[in-house]
Design a protein around this ligand. Sequence first.
Ligand code: PLP
Length: 462
Amino acid sequence: MRYISTRGQAPELTFEETMLTGLARDGGLYVPAELPRLSHAEIAALAGLSYEEAAFRIMRPFVGDSFTDAEFGDCIARAYAGFGHAARAPLKQLQDNHFLLELFHGPTLAFKDFAMQLIGQLFQTALSRSGERVTIVGATSGDTGSAAMEAFRGLDNVDVFILYPHGRVSDVQRRQMTTVSEANAHALAITGSFDDAQARLKDMFNDFTFRDEVRLAGVNSINFARVLAQVVYYFTSAVALGAPHRPVSFTVPTGNFGDIFAGYLAKRMGLPIEKLVVATNQNDILHRALSTGDYVTHGVSPSISPSMDIQVSSNFERALFDAYGRDGAAVAQLMDELKQGGGFHISQGALESLRADFASGRASEEETSAMIARALPQMGELLCPHSAVGVHVAQGFLGSTPMVTLATAHPAKFPDAVEVATGIRPALPPRMADLHERPERMTRVENDLHEIETLIRKEIAA
Ligand SMILES: *Cc1c(COP(=O)(O)O)cnc(C)c1O
């Protein structure tokens, strides 16, 4: 299996190279040159398998020669062993023909664990084979960073540094990063916003001397291996509701378009998905783009669903690549317009192609809060604000096809918003009930590239 860049100018890579590289050197994102397809019979045969067994069958064709069957199977087994639910991604019924896919039973209580836990194991296997060491750097508004620190803590050939905006992540999110005690894991609290953290991260990748010296690797959702791991639960949940014999729809709380793009891949691989509904909060660039054809950035307004507060949705580039008939030059041109002028217009043909797969909706802050309040008495469910955005938007798309809304985080990860809406402060699951007693460790850094690079050099030499 070969991987190509959405901008057409970077070398083709294997799965392992794609995973270790992250961003393509032409600025694009890697995608498989061709998608494997599962037959009707192969999808039907997933029924009744364990999550791990299904994951192996669905992802195996993407991995090619990068891992043996035994290595890949072991990585999957270790990745999900620490989850707090035997089904890994259980389904719960909310309403007639409306189901919630609970993706928050991993170690940091958000769906990011599904991908991050797996790539932690894949990195470890690949690096111990080659004897190489890499430095993973990530920027986070909360969930990605905690999932990455948890996944890479204590691994032999990896140092992990996570930049988060000082004072701007929730208490639980911060503690999930700062209470990691292993020496190879570092939480860096940067003065500034998430955008500042992200900008310094990009600067590090563009500083080729530094990038090559410390062997920088990225685990943001532009890393294709992360998207791949998320394809699995679309299959397992759809099969539980009757696929491939009947179609299923999904509503996905979306920020960077990574999770919903995984659903799109599942559809292309043969899973009968009728609709993929993009659910945004008030930062609704994707909903506006799909409604009007104009992808135009506004400023970010902080919301109660902070993991979806984005200005530029990186993974949308992968969907555009297909919508433009895999024309890398056309995508590069759009991304240039975005960089120069803050937006671009999607051509009529590409827009029609996108609308054939994706519908969209948005939830305002009031609607999100009202949905959290209403879900408890009416559906028996305490929703996190991100999941509530999804459940709200899904209301407009219910019908005879089963709808699955993705619950992307546990309510206890965002207790303030849940308490305001319901009067109930959700408790952490017992396995992490002592989070607030564990000692914290972090380093404060200024919003300064040189200072951050110096710190990283010093720590990895230690
Ligand atoms: C990351 C995140 C999202 C958005 O996922 P994307 O893949 O970026 O679209 C939604 N909800 C929660 C809780 C998240 O952590």
